[in-house]
Design a protein. Structure first.
Lengths: 110, 111
């Protein structure tokens, strides 16, 4: 089992460009989350989903959109990237209290 | 806003010594969890302690929870160089299994 995978691993964008980050899981978990991690800031929740077809805002949702069309996939979109969105993005799933994390996507916006 | 705060921010010890990290949180919780993150990797769950528990052990890990003080501690005994990582506490109290993470403690274990 692959667990939680994220695509791509690295990406460099220019300001104003758009992109989609893909999170895929093979654990059949209902709950999925997108976080961003910045130096000295820990992890902050962007959006989350409690099941297929559902999404909800987290702590820092502005500038991001998400979709959960299939249970196993959770997509994070940046419509118009800004330098402030330079960060490492982590996807996680949960079944019960514990969360399972993907390896992360390092995004740089110039 | 970040609810959990770890202390210290960084800790450097020798192999074989014990490492203690502390975490404080602000609101009521259902559980408190600890995660480890190796450099450049995702977080890995270490241990979960529920709000009605005071202490929990897992291998070389010992976690305590004091809900009256809104604090938790993680003790790693007989540390190894492989324990070098960042350690995060995460409080779970909201709906939908959401967690609020602290800023982490960077532990360096010198061989």
């Amino acid at each position: 089992n692959a667990g939680v995978t994220q695509t791509p691993k690295f990406r460099v964008l220019k300001t104003g460009q758009s992109m989609t980050l893909l999170c895929a899981q093979d654990m059949n978990h209902e709950y999925m989350y997108w976080y961003r991690q910045d130096p000295g800031m820990g992890l902050r929740l962007i959006h989350y989903s409690v099941g297929e077809g559902t999404t909800a805002k987290g702590e820092v949702p502005d500038g991001y959109n998400v979709s959960r069309l299939k249970k196993q996939n959770f997509l994070l979109g940046l419509e118009s990237a800004a330098p402030s969105q330079t960060s490492v993005y982590f996807c996680a799933t949960a079944q019960g209290g514990e969360q399972y994390f993907g390896p992360g996507t390092r995004l740089t916006v110039t | 806003s970040q609810q959990g705060e770890e202390d210290p921010q960084a800790l450097s010890i020798q192999e074989g010594e014990n490492a203690t990290m502390n975490c404080s949180y602000k609101t009521s919780i259902n559980n408190l969890q600890w995660y480890r993150q190796n450099s450049g990797r995702g977080l890995v769950h270490l241990i979960l302690i529920r709000s009605n528990e005071r202490e929990k052990h897992s291998g070389r890990l010992r976690v305590t929870l004091d809900t009256s003080k809104k604090s938790s501690s993680l003790l790693i005994t007989a540390s190894r160089a492989a324990d070098t990582a960042s350690y995060f506490c995460a409080s779970g109290g909201g709906s939908n299994y959401k967690l609020t993470f602290g800023k982490g403690t960077l532990l360096t274990v010198n061989p």
